[in-house]
Write a protein that binds this ligand. Structure first.
Ligand SMILES: Cc1ncc(COP(=O)(O)O)c(C=O)c1O
Length: 371
């Protein structure tokens, strides 16, 4: 569906980093990778970390998320967003999404903020998720957070390279998280980045992510830290990937365009986010198969699976996950419908012409039988 897209350039970069002697955790590739990602994302500072989850965790700690407070986030997301909230001891509140994009619904966000206000509860952060590489409607979300005086921590894990109103995903809010997990638009095998314009916040993230060591030769500790930094070898891999990012986004867009052409005349089926994707990174392409379509997502998935082609539903909403059964939610049924009707199709930039041909032929076969 979205396997790592690595070439000789990435291999050369890792070997060069290895031979440079900068193998022990940090090194010049980490510094350079941070500067390059900060520039790409339109922020002043970037802190390279072991994962996007670590970036979310530290970002929330930095803005003051703590036990006894609420964090309002998207229900339509991967569990990492919600897991990071629970690491802080705060209570998650899951908010539903817009039907066309799957991104946080600003009206329901307002309702969750008003509810907290009338309950006398403190909301310590709003964490919107830029789903599948499409940035949220920050033109509506940022003013809402300002109105209620709540810090915004952007989960841009899936959205490096996307923009909203001309501004890069990852540049909204007090800080933002990126992921370089193996299935993402670009990868460091595993890794993430915390983005911010605040020098103080970035410095504190560096300190907390390296076990909160005070500057003393014997390592003095006055608070609990984490082992969350990215290694120099992986940063070298990331730098090589970043040089190819635009090309990889273009390949994913070409795949999206193929799916748009294939499903354009199929009744009841739409390409998810397809009407508003001009500024996306096209990380994953999903389709929404309505009740009025001539087939179900399960039938199409089974047909693709018959030729070993991977497809899968959209994220199961967090408020439906057994582990978050007790959590508060402000939902209107949209994410549940998208979960029932959505199917994500092979989208990776590493797909070769032969593989793309196999997917499109298999789809054509299925549509011929069913439409
Ligand atoms: C929306 C979202 N948030 C957070 C993460 C966590 O990133 P990581 O896997 O790098 O910890 C991911 C991906 O894994 C994600 O898709």
């Amino acid at each position: 569906m979205s396997s790592p897209d690595v070439t000789q350039a990435e291999e050369d970069a890792i070997v060069a980093a290895l031979r440079s002697g900068w193998v022990a955790p940090l090194g010049p590739d980490v510094d350079a990778f941070e500067a390059e990602i900060a520039a790409k994302s339109g922020v002043q500072h970037a802190v390279a970390l072991a994962s996007g989850t670590a970036a979310l965790h530290l970002g929330m700690l930095e803005v003051g998320v703590k036990p006894g407070t609420r964090v309002i986030s998207s229900t339509m997301t991967f569990a990492a967003t919600a897991n990071a909230i629970t690491y802080t001891g705060a209570e998650p509140v899951f908010v539903d999404c817009l039907p066309e994009t799957g991104n946080l619904n600003p009206e329901l966000l307002r309702r969750a903020l008003e509810q907290a206000h009338s309950d006398g509860a403190t909301v310590s952060a709003v964490v919107p998720v830029d789903l599948l590489g499409q940035a949220c409607d920050y033109s509506a979300i940022v003013p809402l957070c300002e109105e209620f005086g709540v810090p915004l921590v952007e989960d841009a894990a899936e959205a490096l390279g996307a923009t909203h109103s001309g501004r890069p995903a990852g540049s909204f809010g007090t800080c933002a998280a990126l992921s370089f997990n193996g299935n993402k638009i670009m990868t460091t095998s595993g890794g993430g980045m915390l983005l911010t314009d605040s020098e103080t916040l970035a410095a504190r993230a560096r300190y907390l992510s390296t076990q909160a060591r005070q500057p003393a030769v014997h390592y003095e500790h006055t608070e609990i830290g984490y082992n969350y930094r990215m290694s120099n070898l992986l940063a070298a891999l990331g730098r090589a990937q970043l040089r190819r990012l635009d090309e990889m986004i273009a390949r994913r867009k070409a795949m999206r365009d193929r799916y748009k052409a294939i499903f354009a005349s199929v009744p009841g089926v739409t390409v998810f986010q397809g009407d508003s994707d001009a500024h996306d990174n096209y990380w994953l392409t999903s389709i929404v198969i309505g009740d009025d379509a001539a087939f179900t997502p399960a039938q199409l998935a089974a047909h693709l699976g018959g030729d070993n082609i991977e497809s899968r539903p959209l994220w199961k909403p967090m408020h439906l996950q057994p582990v978050f059964a007790g959590a508060a939610a402000v939902v209107d049924g949209t994410s549940e419908r998208l979960f029932a009707q959505g199917l994500t199709l092979p989208s990776g930039s590493a797909l070769g012409d032969e593989e793309i041909g196999r997917v499109t032929t298999r789809l054509a076969q299925f549509l011929e039988q069913h439409v």
